[in-house]
Design a protein around this ligand. Structure first.
Ligand code: ATP
Ligand code: MG
Length: 552
């Protein structure tokens, strides 16, 4: 997180709840909900809201519902609903009950009739543009629509006609009758129903009249007996409307809306609309592309639910907007995988090493630890032979000062194996190093050589006993910290966010690894087996580097 803006891990919401419980407000209960609109996959910002809502419910032995806010049928789909259920579950949470705002369409309609009967809503024939023009500005009051004083009977008749499909889309709207001079523009007779002939993925063509978010949300909360309706700061200005609607109606309870600052993560985007654009315009390979800040993308990249929950814990909940550095998220997964993932050896960009004094056709099984700090994770055997592969980057023909890897005439230890010395460098016609001729010291297995120090240790695999793998190295999707602040966020895309290595070789123990398995590739980072991986073609994603090297 930005050092100058380290958010204090505040529990202001807990303070509110504790006070409410002490005063027996809301009947001494805690009931929350997570209310996504199913118009995209969930992202890391939603994880913050999920951890908060489900976390509070768990902490106070209360309940937390999952509610699909499905009032914009044209943007919503069953695929998105399924992905949301999958992601919440994967994060480790269980909803008390699953609802859809569309479950309440009939009740919402009846409540609208109550509003009309009370003289608190009217059918308006102004167009959306006219409504906007009539609404006024921050400095000027709005002016009333000519339809504002329409009679209750007339309103009831027209509203029924709206439901029955008697009018064209957009011909009428239903507006709450509040205050055209309110200093809060949301209170200047907001639209609460509009006519729209679109197929709804749950109610089909039952309705051509759909309720607006502000009207739907508060009533849905009340119908579910929600006590604390937690949302992000941009809804602060909508709270008076939330409360107004509930005050006019005979609803079961009046939940309390509480706002907190939304997560803003550097070098990425947390807006379903823009993420959708990245997917549909193919800047990424789907919603679960490991570069995406979606839960599905993070999962595919190798993130664990525990790391994401820990991230939400570390960033805390405040009322003040701030930017969180990507490094905070990356450190959470590093800390988790450092403890839990087995160490294996994989050579990403191989360089052939022929050990000239090693017997032809001879092999040995070397025992290496799966986790040096955790002996309980055991060990495995790796085949050593005359030809091994090392990382191209672990050899320098002209080593810089202090170089601890391999260079001509110098020695290095192969992890879990012997010390080798580079005797000769073989190049192709273009001068590229294609092979090293080395010798090994047979007396160095598990012990230091006599009379000299060998500092460097590098990883390796046996050429004949390793397996081919494709390795996908991911980098940040954007190369500027606040892509949203750019005139066009697409201009901030990192052109090198994906590098595919197709000549990598991994140790044979990785054969048969199932998608989602996580490893530390020694010295190279944390990796997981990708969904595209199969017995014939291993594919791994880099989850994160071992250390934060970004920008250095
Ligand atoms: P988006 O613009 O990405 O669609 P949204 O707020 O419209 O976001 P919803 O599906 O309506 O998305 O959100 C469900 C819940 O998740 C809401 O309560 C919302 O406040 C919360 N939420 C969404 N984005 C964030 C974020 N970046 N940080 C914290 N909470 C978020
Ligand atoms: Mg939304």
């Amino acid at each position: 997180m930005s050092t100058q803006e380290t958010p204090v891990v505040s529990n202001f919401i807990r303070h509110i709840i504790n006070k409410d419980l002490a005063e027996n407000k809301h009947g001494g209960k805690v009931a929350t909900r997570f209310p996504p609109e199913p118009n995209g996959y969930l992202h890391i910002g939603h994880a913050k809201s999920i951890c908060l809502n489900f976390g509070l419910a768990n902490e106070y032995q209360g309940s937390c519902n999952l509610r699909f806010d499905d009032t914009n049928p044209e943007k919503e789909s069953l695929e998105f609903m399924e992905s949301i259920e999958r992601d919440v579950t994967w994060l480790g949470f269980e909803w008390s009950q699953l609802f859809h705002a569309s479950d309440y369409f009939e009740q919402l309609y009846q409540y609208a009739i109550d509003l009309i009967k009370a003289g608190k809503a009217y059918v308006d024939s102004l167009s959306p543009e006219e409504i906007r023009a009539y609404r006024g500005t921050l400095t000027e009051p709005g002016k009333p629509s000519p339809d504002r004083e329409r009679s209750i009977d007339e309103n009831l008749r027209l509203f029924e006609g709206m439901r029955n499909g008697e009018f064209a889309d957009g011909q009428y709207v239903l507006r709450a009758k509040i205050d055209m001079a309110s200093s809060n523009i949301n209170m200047r007779d907001p639209t609460i129903y509009r006519i729209r002939r679109v197929h709804h993925n749950r109610t089909g063509s039952d309705w051509c009249l759909y309720p607006m978010y502000d009207y739907t949300h508060c009533i849905s909360d009340a119908l579910e007996g929600i006590t604390h309706s937690i949302c992000t700061l941009e809804f602060e200005d909508h709270r008076p409307l939330y409360d107004w609607v509930l005050e006019q109606l005979d609803v079961p309870c009046h939940p309390q809306q509480i706002e907190f600052a939304r997560l803003q993560l550097e070098y990425t985007i947390v807006s379903k609309r823009k993420l959708n654009q990245l997917v549909t315009e193919k800047y990424v390979n789907g919603w679960d592309d490991p570069r995406m800040p979606t839960i599905a993308g993070l999962r595919r990249a190798g993130y664990t639910p525990a790391a994401i929950r820990e991230f939400c814990e570390r960033i805390g909940v405040t009322k003040k907007d701030s930017w969180i550095e990507m490094g905070v998220l990356e450190n959470c997964i590093r800390d988790d995988l450092n403890q839990t993932s087995a160490r294996v050896m994989a050579v990403l960009q191989p360089l052939r090493v022929v050990i000239e004094n090693y017997p032809e056709a001879h092999t040995e099984l070397l025992e290496v630890s799966n986790h040096p700090q955790n002996p309980a994770m055991g060990s495995r055997k790796i085949t050593f032979s005359k030809i091994v592969l090392i990382e191209q980057d672990d050899f320098a023909e002209v080593p810089p000062a202090g170089y601890k890897r391999l260079s001509p005439g110098q020695e290095v230890r192969l992890r879990g194996g012997y010390v080798i010395r580079c005797n000769e460098v073989v190049k192709d016609a273009d001068g590229n190093v294609i092979e090293l001729r080395c010798s090994y010291d047979p007396d160095t297995l598990g012990k230091n050589p006599e009379g000299r120090k060998v500092k460097g240790v590098i990883h390796w695999v046996s050429e004949a006993h390793s397996v081919a793998a494709e390795i996908r190295l991911y980098d940040r999707l954007f190369c500027r910290p606040h892509p949203d602040a750019e005139p066009n966020f697409l201009d901030a895309l990192n052109p090198n966010s994906l590098q595919v290595l197709s000549h990598s070789r991994v140790e044979a123990s990785l054969l048969g690894t199932v998608p989602g398995s996580r490893f530390q590739f020694e010295r190279m980072g944390y990796f997981c087996t990708d969904l595209d991986s199969s017995a014939n073609r291993l594919v791994f994603n880099r989850t994160v580097t071992l250390r934060d090297t970004w920008g250095s």
